[in-house]
Design a protein around this ligand. Structure first.
Ligand SMILES: *[C@@H]1O[C@H](CO)[C@@H](O)[C@H](O)[C@H]1NC(C)=O
Ligand SMILES: *[C@@H]1O[C@H](CO)[C@@H](O)[C@H](O)[C@H]1NC(C)=O
Ligand SMILES: *[C@@H]1O[C@H](CO)[C@@H](O)[C@H](O)[C@H]1NC(C)=O
Ligand SMILES: [Zn+2]
Length: 291
């Protein structure tokens, strides 16, 4: 099992890294699906044509390679120009380029999901972007400019044999090693354990804090708070001793042991937030119909 994970990861690294891998995004989808209320289920099922959140969670990662979707590549992250590891920070005017970033994208697609002037297919895309970006925004290195979000920090994974980079290690190696695979069934099982922890376990008392910013009407307010929340972890947990401390090192040992619970918690946050966010959008849609 372990060798299969490593081989798959190595082949995917070559494509460049923009996201939690498909396993991580599906995990976020399965978690969110569990927290949809009645309105949330009706709304997402209508816009996704009955598809599950998990099944569309990585759509944005293939879309960005198409001609029509090229514009969206910069929307998967925000490049915080901060001072790792001394002082982490996200500032919209400094860090979000003209082409947009994950913070403005979440605000934009939240509005578009509710905009009756758009076609059904435009609103479907908006929901699929939301499902993906609420996952990406919890990956700490999607909120960091240093060394292209860690893409240029070379590291090894697994006995010093598989060469990769820090960004990809967080996207895939860490969560996939923890979950024990990279396929959809693994994601479903991984999500089940996380949901149990959200309901009655280690995340039970943390989760209200993760959704304390919950108004879909605040524009970039909530996505900016979420970006700041993930960005703080770059200083505290991803690169606590700066890039030189990990460059060229094998991260599958002690580094992994410390990083794995952080990565799992970030996926939990992403999934729980996404479920509640979609419920809020669905509620706003219902209220609109009553006017
Ligand atoms: C919102 O999304 C649409 C569709 O992808 C895009 O054309 C538009 O430029 C975006 N607007 C902003 C402000 O990001
Ligand atoms: C939809 O279009 C109408 C007519 O052009 C406009 O008045 C309205 O503001 C638009 N609604 C949104 C949410 O963009
Ligand atoms: C790591 O390398 C050592 C020495 O080559 C080998 O004995 C060991 O089995 C390897 N461990 C793994 C997990 O591949
Ligand atoms: Zn992405």
């Amino acid at each position: 099992m372990k060798t299969a994970v490593l081989a798959l990861s190595a082949s995917l690294f070559a494509q460049g890294a923009y996201s939690w891998g498909a396993m991580g995004h599906a995990t976020v989808g399965y978690i969110a699906q569990n927290y949809l209320d009645g309105a949330g289920k009706i709304f997402t099922s209508h816009l996704l044509g009955g598809a599950s959140l998990a099944s569309v969670a990585s759509w944005a990662d293939s879309y960005r390679y198409t001609d029509a979707g090229k514009f969206s590549a910069s929307l998967h992250y925000i490049d915080a120009h901060d001072e790792v590891p001394h002082k982490c920070s996200v500032k919209l005017d400094r860090d979000c380029g003209e082409e947009g970033c994950i913070v403005t994208a979440i605000a934009n697609y939240t509005d578009r999901a509710l905009n009756d002037n758009l076609t059904l297919s435009e609103r479907t895309d908006a929901v699929k972007f939301i499902i993906h970006f609420l996952g990406d925004i919890t990956q700490p290195l999607h909120t960091e400019n240093l060394d292209v979000g860690g893409n240029e920090i070379s590291v090894f994974w697994g006995n010093g044999t598989a060469k990769t980079n820090l960004h990809a290690a967080w996207d895939r190696s860490i969560p996939e090693t923890l979950a024990g695979g990279s396929d959809d069934a693994t994601a479903a099982k991984f999500a089940k354990g996380i949901i149990a922890d959200l309901d009655t376990g280690i995340y039970k008392d943390l989760k209200e804090d993760w959704t304390s910013c919950g108004s879909i009407k605040r524009g970039t307010g909530c996505p900016k708070a979420w970006a700041q929340d993930a960005n703080k972890l770059v200083c505290s947990d991803v690169l606590p001793d700066g890039p030189d401390a990990v460059e060229g090192k094998d991260l599958s040992g002690d580094y992994y042991t410390k990083a794995a619970p952080i990565a799992r918690q970030q996926l939990a946050k992403g999934g729980y937030r996404l479920g509640l966010w979609l419920n809020k959008i669905a509620k706003a849609e219902q209220l609109k119909c009553r006017d």
